[in-house]
Design a binder for this molecule. Structure first.
Ligand code: FES
Ligand code: FES
Length: 177
């Protein structure tokens, strides 16, 4: 049947069998292979995508059920082709991945958390990724990656001095180098 979906900010349409999972539709119909197939029965979290901003296991949802929702896959997080989001970059910086199979799901779970707060506790981070299984890196560096991303987001949101001509008279002027 013809299914209209909203994926990564774009309207997408495909002829999809009603029994096809969102996971398989993303990978096979829309060629978004960053969503990984692991256990395919809701245990590992490798297939995590965001549905209206909430982490959801796409192996447990039929594609037709996603009609009317905003779907975000790992491909939708990068600000532009060839660029990385703050969280993606933090995973690279801290070596928060090894084989990378769990990584898209981890990053989307972390993204959902950091959309809610950029001051998460360690417990908040552990809770946020508790549904995602990593088989090779261990969780220490993944937690560190999320903490690092949160710290960067806090810095990015801190008001900075004005530069040059945009400065107001009573504000400090910092010359760009
Ligand atoms: S593939 Fe969906 S939870 Fe494992
Ligand atoms: S990095 Fe290999 S499963 Fe997590």
């Amino acid at each position: 049947m013809k299914v209209d979906l909203r994926i990564n900010g774009a309207n997408r349409c495909a002829d999809i069998q009603p029994r096809k999972t969102l996971l398989d539709a993303l990978r096979e119909n829309f060629l978004l292979n960053g969503t990984h197939a692991g256990c395919e029965h809701g245990v590992c979290g490798a297939c995590t995508v965001l549905v209206d901003g909430e982490p959801v296991r796409s192996c447990l949802m039929f594609a037709v059920q996603a009609d009317g929702y905003e779907i975000t896959t790992i491909e939708g997080l990068a600000p532009a082709p060839g660029e990385l989001s703050v969280i993606q970059d933090a995973f690279c910086e801290t070596h928060g991945l090894q084989c990378g199979y769990c990584t898209p799901g981890m990053i989307l779970a972390a993204h959902a958390l950091l959309q809610q707060t950029i001051t998460p506790t360690r417990e908040d981070i552990v809770e946020a990724i508790s549904g995602n299984i990593c088989r090779c890196t261990g969780y220490g560096q993944i937690i560190e990656a999320v903490e690092f991303a949160a710290a960067r987001l806090r810095i990015a949101n801190t008001p900075r001095p004005h530069y040059g001509v945009h400065a107001q008279a009573d504000e400090p002027v910092v010359e760009a180098k």
